[in-house]
Design a protein around this ligand. Structure first.
Ligand SMILES: *[C@@H]1O[C@H](CO)[C@@H](O)[C@H](O)[C@H]1NC(C)=O
Ligand SMILES: *[C@@H]1O[C@H](CO)[C@@H](O)[C@H](O)[C@H]1NC(C)=O
Ligand SMILES: *[C@@H]1O[C@H](CO)[C@@H](O)[C@H](O)[C@H]1NC(C)=O
Ligand SMILES: *[C@@H]1O[C@H](CO)[C@@H](O)[C@H](O)[C@H]1NC(C)=O
Length: 798
């Protein structure tokens, strides 16, 4: 255009042609018209004939080289020489006018003309970038506008860019803005907020439209990236988690895994789990993995302590938003607690013989629950106790029947409690019940009767024996005291004879006992316990006094201490074995101690006489001769068999006579008497002699009694023969008289022997019982009533 104008001005100045005021000729052609297109006929337009015009040598002039017009000079037709591109010729300027001149010669005339190139819509709008990237924060609110790159359309006028549209969508529309120099640019306006979580990105087609008809368009792809904004809080899959955990779950096990979602991206979607609300106890018990949301056991659970935990767990994203959920952990019971037994009251000792007695009151419990807390309770079988259930798991242990301490003094009771859980748990409680003693047992002596033997002449306070009683009871009920009961015989001086140790039951002889005075005695002992009331029992004790050899034999005949020596007459004509005399002796002792034997100790003429060792008979051993001295003296020894033996000796004088012509009288045979050596017994003679003796006795009894009294007085206290010692405290009439098996007279009698005539042919020797005058050791007076009284009397008459 500019070039054109300048050319036009140039022409005006130099040619000075009168064109001012004259309208230039205008021709119109559409761009892109084909070459050779007829535009106009100049001859017609100028009013010239065809010949005239050609004669005037028409030419086309222009500022540029006119190439795009072609003039046919002959016909005056103006043709388009080439295809015109308006956009190339004029650019955006409008209208696009190409000025040219029409030159005619002769005369020179210049006509101004203009070729107006009309625009056709031959260009589409074009975007510089086919793709437009747009990043929009999702938080951007509706109404926000984003300017987009404008498209370009080379066409001009109505064919130029007119409008923009955007592909159908819910979020944006386009507004078109008129910028400077008529540039239209599109603006994307947000109708609705974008949610990245729903539409993370969006591609829209932006179409630019021109005003042509039909309009042409160009498109660009608008790529919208929605940028994340932390607009989503983490959200738990479940708002409430309920889990049941057995209380024995090991430490470290996972209780539950909570999980939350965050729709945001990047750090806005990264979730960290933590406790939002947790008591100290929860913090001690649970631990949460911040990344995985697993809830771990940090410590052991105990159903009995806490049954339910309520935790609030928070999930937090990187943008600081958080969500929460509640976790309820229900601890389930496991039979991990054994039953317990709580003793309320316990009697450790119960009295025997008492009826049903409460020994213990106790309660059982189990900290578990359900079946794990159901319990059964028992004690061992075969015990005299029963368990009685009471209210609310209370039990009483009572005796089933009266107990006997003496059969069992102590019971070990094991109370077993077990629950019904799986596995079953047990508890045992041991208790010892002692049965307290009641004095229900009397003392019992080891024997119903005791026989004690004491040797006479014992030392005073000699322990002679022990009575022993036992008491099945215990304690004071079994502590025994021994005592002597008053004797049934009021005359027995028991208190002076024996004493008993009240504690030990030992019996002591208080004084020396004398067998000869008291051979035996009985009494009763009593044992009493110290119970209240006390029980007692009795036993019989018999004390037998054993004999000791404390009496020497006493010779009765021949009288040892006669004032006139006892002289036996022996006829010289006596045969060997003639019984001269019989030694009579007694011994106060008994048994062996009183078994006497006789011996010839000395003789004037040894060998003339012999003595029966057991009979005491003195007999001639050989015939007498004239040479034998008329007077013979014998010393006889009497000895007992005690240990040690005691003895007595007695002399015997023998007078040998010639005129003693008395027939030989054999000695009478006494039962049990050992016959003397050479003794020829003649029964009729003996009977005659006894008869004679009886007659003479009757006649002379008075004189004899007088004589005996005289002798007794004369001998006085010389009654003891041999080793008898001790004071005589009074003999008792009716004293024991015993005849030993050997024919020896036992003690207790003294025999008076009298020689009636010193030289008469009939001599009577007789025995007479006398009051005993034996010394008795001890004080055994008034005793012996129970003894057998033997009235056997041995005597010897020659
Ligand atoms: C642009 O196009 C839209 C839709 O096609 C239409 O509504 C609007 O009127 C047009 N604007 C102009 C200036 O032609
Ligand atoms: C009871 O137990 C105690 C101690 O274990 C034991 O000494 C005693 O003999 C037992 N008694 C019974 C009657 O079993
Ligand atoms: C109870 O006694 C029984 C039998 O005597 C014994 O086995 C058990 O160990 C005792 N229990 C306790 C807790 O002492
Ligand atoms: C006889 O006398 C002696 C001595 O004189 C005397 O020891 C003895 O005891 C007396 N015997 C009797 C029985 O009197």
């Amino acid at each position: 255009g500019k070039v054109g104008k300048r050319q036009v001005l140039f022409l005006c100045v130099f040619l000075g042609v009168s064109w001012a005021g004259a309208e230039p000729l205008r021709y119109f052609v559409e761009e892109e018209t084909e070459r050779g297109t007829f535009l106009a006929n100049l001859a017609n337009d100028l009013g010239l004939g065809v010949g005239e015009l050609s004669a005037r040598a028409p030419r086309i002039g222009s500022d540029q080289n006119i190439r795009f017009l072609l003039l046919n000079p002959l016909t005056g037709d103006l043709l388009l020489n080439e295809k015109l591109d308006r956009e190339e010729l004029c650019g955006p300027a409008e209208p696009c006018v190409l000025p040219f001149q029409l030159l005619l010669e002769e005369p020179l005339e210049i006509f101004r003309a203009e070729l107006w190139v009309r625009d056709i819509n031959d260009n589409s709008p074009v975007f510089l970038h086919r793709e437009i990237l747009l990043k929009i924060l999702e938080s951007t609110t509706a109404g926000a506008a984003f300017l987009l790159e404008s498209a370009q359309d080379s066409d001009a006028g109505t064919n130029s860019l007119r409008n923009y549209t955007i592909g159908p969508n819910d979020y944006f529309h386009i507004t078109v803005h008129d910028g400077e120099e008529g540039i239209l640019y599109p603006e994307l306006v947000m109708d609705r907020a974008l949610d990245r979580e729903q539409v993370p990105e969006l591609s829209l087609t932006l179409t630019a439209l021109d005003g042509g008809s039909p309009p042409r368009s160009g498109t660009a792809l608008v790529h919208i990236q929605v940028l994340d904004v932390n607009d989503n809080a983490p959200e738990f899959v479940q708002s409430l988690y309920k889990v049941q955990v057995p209380e024995n779950s090991p430490v470290g096990s996972v209780v539950v895994t909570v999980s939350a979602r965050d729709l945001d991206a990047g750090s806005n979607g990264e979730i960290v789990y933590a406790f939002l609300y947790a008591t100290e106890r929860i913090l001690e018990t649970f631990q949460i993995n911040p990344a995985s949301g697993s809830l771990y056991l940090k410590a052991e659970l105990n159903y009995e302590a806490v049954q339910t935990y309520t935790l609030i767990i928070q999930a937090k994203d990187g943008g600081g938003l958080s969500g929460k959920c509640t976790v309820v952990v229900e601890v389930t019971d496991i039979n991990d607690n054994p039953p317990e037994l709580v003793m309320s009251s316990l009697t450790s000792s119960i009295k025997e013989n008492s009826p049903e007695t409460v020994v213990a009151v106790f309660r059982i419990r189990d900290r578990d629950s359900g079946n794990n807390a159901k319990m059964v309770c028992s004690i061992q079988a075969h015990l005299p106790f029963v368990l009685k259930p009471s209210v609310e798991n209370y039990y009483t242990l009572v005796t089933e029947r009266p107990l006997d301490r003496e059969s069992q003094a102590e019971y070990n009771i094991t109370i077993s409690v077990s629950d019904l859980g799986t596995p079953r748990r047990h508890t045992q409680h041991n208790l010892t019940v002692r049965v307290a003693d009641v004095n229900d047992n009397a003392p019992a002596f080891s024997q119903p009767a005791y026989t004690l033997r004491v040797r006479e002449n014992n030392s005073p306070a000699l322990h002679i024996g022990t009575v022993r009683a036992t008491d099945a009871d215990a304690g004071a009920n079994a502590q025994l005291t021994y005592s002597l009961l008053p004797p049934s015989d009021p005359h027995l001086p028991l208190a002076s004879l024996v004493a008993i140790n009240p504690d030990t039951g030992q019996l002591f002889a208080l004084r020396a006992l004398d067998y000869e005075a008291l051979r035996a005695f009985d009494f009763q002992v009593r044992a009493a316990d110290r119970g209240a009331p006390a029980l007692s029992s009795q036993a019989r004790v018999r004390v037998l006094v054993a004999d000791a050899n404390d009496h020497a034999p006493v010779v009765l005949y021949p009288p040892p201490n006669a004032s006139a020596p006892c002289t036996e007459l022996l006829p010289r004509a006596a045969e060997p074995g003639y019984l001269l005399a019989k030694v009579v002796a007694v011994d106060g002792d008994a048994g062996q101690n009183a078994w006497l034997s006789y011996r010839l100790l000395q003789a004037t003429e040894p060998g003339l006489f012999g003595v029966g060792a057991h009979s005491g008979e003195v007999r001639t051993a050989r015939p007498l001769s004239e040479r034998d001295a008329p007077r013979q003296r014998l010393l006889l020894l009497v000895r007992d068999h005690g240990e040690p033996p005691l003895s007595a000796s007695v002399p015997l004088h023998v007078l040998l006579v010639d005129g003693f012509s008395q027939p030989y009288l054999p000695p009478p045979e006494a039962p049990g008497r050992a016959p003397g050596a050479g003794a020829g017994a003649d029964e009729p003679l003996t009977v005659a002699l006894v008869g004679a003796l009886a007659c003479v006795s009757a006649l002379l009894v008075g004189a004899l009694l007088a004589l005996a009294a005289g002798r007794l007085c004369r001998r006085g206290g010389a009654a003891s023969a041999g080793g008898c010692a001790g004071p005589a405290e009074g003999g008792v009439p009716g004293q024991l008289l015993d005849v030993g098996g050997t024919g020896t007279l036992a003690h207790g009698y003294r025999y008076e022997v009298c020689l009636a005539g010193g030289s008469g042919t009939n001599e009577f020797k007789f025995l007479k019982p006398m009051l005993p005058n034996l010394p008795v050791q001890g004080t055994g007076s008034n005793i012996g009533e129970k003894e057998n009284f033997s009235n056997s009397l041995g005597f010897n008459v020659q």
